[in-house]
Design a protein around this ligand. Structure first.
Ligand code: SAM
Length: 291
């Protein structure tokens, strides 16, 4: 293995060799801590059988570890100035392909079909924080075959993903992530593990995709409309949140009826409902709409 980039001296040497200029707009904070890198690899449970998608390889620090431990790595990097650097730092590996693209514009489903015959992949990344939510939700909603997503995100975002009802961090992101997966925070990572240092704390979170759905939902789109409406106006009651939403067309008295049938009080707030309760409410409302 070539000099590991997890060692800050080697990272600085590569950055100097290529006169690399960090681009804030791409959320570039490169990892320089071997113990964090090893923890990410261990917790992602990748094996020599796995096809791994890495989003934003930077100068290839984590890519080196992924290449050592998996069958195939596909790394998608938006910054074209990093491509020659990646070709250099990853030159020893014949199981890494690099794609110079914006991950939000890649048809990942088709990529998995072509490169892994549609079998589930593992996603491992130190994500650019400005697009964490669209990346993760995009992976889930587009029904890409996925086994798990192990990613570095902003600490607060990791906490929101893992939160349950009645806590201040609980919201639409918690419910969306938990609808598709079981989240587990692997480690908190302080700013000094990166170059340059981010202004916020970070955390590694593992989202293990559910094999079977944890709740039965007749109309997934309606479920997410209800969830969004419930948290749009956090201090409002559930009924008012739903009634005020332009996305929900049902009359207030009909929504009330559905809530009553489920034993939900008219004063309840969205933040008190579990995913299962949201699913039941969505099914009631969808049945009533179809009568
Ligand atoms: N993996 C490297 C590491 O751990 O040192 C770099 C992580 S850095 C937090 C995020 C990386 O994502 C940067 O290399 C950045 O250029 C890249 N990136 C930002 N936006 C992207 C996008 N839309 N598509 C693909 N890569 C992106």
């Amino acid at each position: 293995m070539m000099a590991t980039l997890g060692d800050p001296r080697n990272t600085i040497e590569v950055l100097n060799k290529y006169n690399f200029v960090f681009q804030k707009k791409f959320g570039q904070n490169f990892l320089i801590d071997t113990s964090v890198l090893e923890k990410i690899i261990r917790s992602s449970e990748i094996t020599k059988e796995d096809f791994v998608l890495e989003i934003g390889p930077g100068i290839g620090t984590m890519t080196q570890y992924l290449a050592e431990n998996s069958r195939q790595v596909m790394a998608v990097e938006i910054d074209k100035t990093l491509i020659p650097i990646l070709k250099d730092t990853l030159s020893e590996y014949d199981n890494v392909s690099i794609l110079n693209q914006d991950i939000l514009k890649v048809d990942i489903k088709q990529l998995v079909e072509e490169k892994n015959q549609g079998r589930p992949i593992k996603v491992v990344a130190n994500l650019p924080y400005y697009i964490t939510t669209p990346i993760i939700m995009g992976l889930f909603e587009s029904k890409v075959p996925i086994d798990s997503i192990t990613v570095m995100v902003q600490k607060e975002v990791a906490q929101r993903m893992q939160s349950g009802p009645g806590t201040k961090d609980y919201g639409a992101l918690s419910l969306a992530v938990q609808f598709y997966s079981s989240p587990y925070i692997v480690a908190n990572v302080p700013p000094n593990c990166f170059i340059p240092r981010p202004k916020v704390g970070s955390a590694v979170i593992r989202l293990k995709k559910h094999i079977e759905p944890v709740v039965q939902v007749e109309d997934e789109k309606l479920l997410f409309k209800i969830i969004r409406a419930s948290f749009n106006q956090r201090r409002k009651t559930l009924i008012n949140g739903l009634n005020n939403s332009p996305e929900i067309t049902m009359e207030k008295n009909q929504i009330m009826e559905c809530m009553k049938e489920l034993g939900l009080s008219e004063n309840i707030r969205g933040e008190a409902l579990t995913l299962e309760e949201f699913a039941k409410l969505s099914n009631r409302m969808s049945n009533k709409q179809n009568i």
